[in-house]
Design a protein around this ligand. Structure first.
Ligand code: UDP
Ligand code: MG
Length: 282
């Protein structure tokens, strides 16, 4: 019987945990599967951990990891992936926005295609085959951008379309700042192009400046007066300062990312756990 691990990151999700577990059990009840739930409490401030501990005592398939603080959605998923022991692992949100009703289709594709993983691009709702998972666990980037890495690895992907309902309980945990952070991380960890753009725009600026200087000298040689307007000077100064700061900023963002990676701190710290057996702790 295949074991399916389900990794669910939870940040202040006390009201959703029981319901998502029940919804998953219900949709998968007809399939002969060994289920393993790995809920990761990402530094919640509500009763998430209490709910998880109780649930784990009542149902041995439920395992809980408590991170020492809020490490963010991607790190929470990663912590769960590291402890999954299934033949495949599904990651999904706790708020039922990733509908459990899609799971049978995920799992059927997995069985049918065996070494295929199923990914849905719109978020972190995906099934990974054990072979793919083991490869992902070998990446040691601090800011691992799971959505990008999965595509980068180049394994076969199958897509399962679904409609996203509104969140069940509570508010979104992705405020604008976190979302922008994730977007920036997605860019910086997957392309160095902005650095080249900075380089190219700098170059273009220099070429235009040179042309302008030659133009002024030529006019001077032809006997024209060369007192040019104050406004044009100010505009040029403002523009070029802006470009310089922008490009410095681009370099800064990459430098910060490089700095973070060289420190190679652990990506999450597990403070407590419930229901884990030795196999999970490998
Ligand atoms: N989440 C998390 N850590 C965070 C933010 C979010 O573990 O710092 C979890 C959250 O509990 C949920 C999932 O990530 O299970 C997606 O978050 P949310 O539903 O708030 O994001 P949205 O659907 O609004 O983009
Ligand atoms: Mg959500």
């Amino acid at each position: 019987m295949a074991t399916v691990s389900i990794v669910i990151p939870c940040y202040n999700e006390e009201d959703n945990i029981i319901q998502i577990k029940e919804a998953i059990c219900e949709t998968l009840s007809g399939m002969a599967l060994d289920l393993e739930f790995i809920f990761v409490d990402d530094g919640s401030k509500d009763k998430t951990w209490e709910v998880l501990s109780h649930l784990s005592l009542a149902d041995s398939r439920v395992k809980g990891l408590k991170l020492s603080r809020n490490f963010g959605h991607q790190s929470a998923i990663l912590a769960g992936l590291h402890h999954a022991r299934g033949d495949c692992v599904i990651s999904m949100d706790c708020d039922l926005q990733h509908p459990p009703s899609v799971l049978p289709e995920f799992i059927n594709k997995f069985n049918f295609l065996s070494d295929y993983k199923i990914a849905k691009n719109a978020g972190d709702f995906r099934l990974l085959d054990r072979r793919v998972l083991d490869k992902i666990l070998q990446f040691h980037e601090t800011d691992l951008f799971l959505r990008g890495i999965v595509n980068w690895m180049g394994f076969n992907v199958a897509h399962v379309p679904y409609n996203q309902p509104p969140r069940l309980h509570g508010d979104t945990k992705y405020r604008l700042g976190k979302m922008l952070g994730l977007a920036l991380n997605g860019i910086v960890s997957f392309t160095s192009r902005p650095l080249y753009i900075a380089f190219v725009t700098g170059g273009i600026f220099i070429i235009f400046s040179l042309i302008y200087i030659i133009f002024i000298i030529a006019r001077w040689l032809m006997g024209f007066k060369i007192i040019l307007g104050w406004t044009s000077i100010i505009v040029l100064i403002l523009l070029s300062t802006g470009f310089q700061l922008l490009n410095l900023g681009v370099i800064g963002v990459y430098l910060a990312s490089l700095y973070k990676e060289t420190k190679s701190r652990p990506r999450f710290i597990i403070w407590d756990s419930v229901g884990l057996n030795n196999e999970n702790k490998k």
